[in-house]
Design a protein around this ligand. Structure first.
Ligand SMILES: NC(=O)c1ccc[n+]([C@@H]2O[C@H](COP(=O)([O-])OP(=O)(O)OC[C@H]3O[C@@H](n4cnc5c(N)ncnc54)[C@H](OP(=O)(O)O)[C@@H]3O)[C@@H](O)[C@H]2O)c1
Length: 273
């Protein structure tokens, strides 16, 4: 993968900021010397600075002043304070990428006021293993090339899709929160294996590989999941008995409601800015 030859500031080297910076470095997209990352607490900055090949400190303005790309990765509630703090160094020509749930490009542009390019990205934690899903949308002043550059970054850690911003809260509920929902399903499948006498490590492997295989089949075939489900379901066989239990336990409606709630919460977080 060719180096982007851009300097990156990661403002908020938490879970997502951290795994993205690590992934960009691991894939040779950005050299560690070209990254400056920040956190709020000095003690944490010190520990992270020891751990990472790039510099980690608490000076947001200094990090942004040296960067071509600014990745905003703090909590949505911190957006306003952090943007005001770095405002003087976010000059036109720099590119701001925000991964903040619920925060619109317009609310960020409103603070910077100088027509700086803002691209909103909604990634998920499987980016850490190169199997992420990221949806992008662009702010008013961002050009197609800015979106293409951000897509190049996120393409290295999974799939990337560009969508209209009005879909971003739904995206947040589905693919950004989604891994947590899948982990609960996966953990439950493994527990079932344990209940039936399988060793836990075997049960977890079976559950994870089955989840991965089913997902790969959907992606590879493009088939409706219901058709693939029918292929597993032999008349009067075992699977239909299990499916009836799922229907009785209202798994479908529960998952639908979980995604809708997570999306609504994203909207709520954004509206507080
Ligand atoms: N987690 C996910 O799966 C996911 C998925 C998609 C998008 N997102 C979005 O990603 C963002 C970060 O989420 P996260 O889960 O990574 O949260 P997190 O682990 O809590 O990370 C937030 C980071 O921001 C730092 N921070 C707080 N105030 C700061 C300031 N004033 N200046 C510089 N750094 C500051 C914190 O530093 P300290 O540690 O010193 O407090 C922490 O390292 C959120 O906006 C979220 O909506 C998350």
């Amino acid at each position: 993968m060719a180096n982007l030859n851009r300097r990156l500031a990661v403002i908020g080297l938490g879970k997502l900021g951290g795994l993205l910076a690590e992934a960009f470095v691991a894939r040779d997209l950005i050299h560690p010397d070209q990254i400056q990352a920040t956190v709020r607490h000095a003690s944490r900055a010190e520990a992270l600075d020891q751990k990472h090949p790039f510099s980690v400190h608490t000076d947001n303005l200094a990090a942004v002043s040296k960067a071509d790309i600014v990745l905003l990765a703090v909590k949505p509630q911190m957006m306003e304070d952090v943007c005001r703090e770095i405002q003087s160094e976010v000059r036109p020509g720099k590119l701001v990428i925000s991964i903040l749930a619920g925060v619109t490009t317009e609310s960020i542009e409103r603070i910077f006021t100088n027509g700086v390019s803002v691209v909103r990205a909604m990634p998920n934690t499987p980016c850490s293993v190169g199997c992420g899903m990221t949806v992008l949308c662009r702010g008013l002043s961002a050009a197609e090339e800015d979106v293409a550059l951000v897509a190049r970054l996120f393409d290295t850690v999974g799939r990337t899709l560009v969508m209209d911003e009005r879909h971003m809260d739904a995206v947040t509920g589905l693919s950004a929160s989604g891994p947590a929902f899948i982990y609960v399903i996966l953990e439950s499948l493994a527990e079932a294996g344990v209940k039936m006498g399988l060793p836990r490590d075997v049960a977890t492997l079976l559950a994870a590989q089955t989840t991965k295989g089913a997902a790969e089949q959907v992606l590879a075939s493009g088939a409706h999941p219901a058709l693939l489900k029918d292929e597993v379901t032999t008349p009067a066989g075992c699977t239909i008995d299990g499916l009836l239990e799922l229907e009785e336990g209202k798994l479908r409606v529960t998952l639908i409601k979980a995604v809708v709630k997570a999306g609504q919460r994203a909207r709520e977080l954004g509206s507080k800015d």
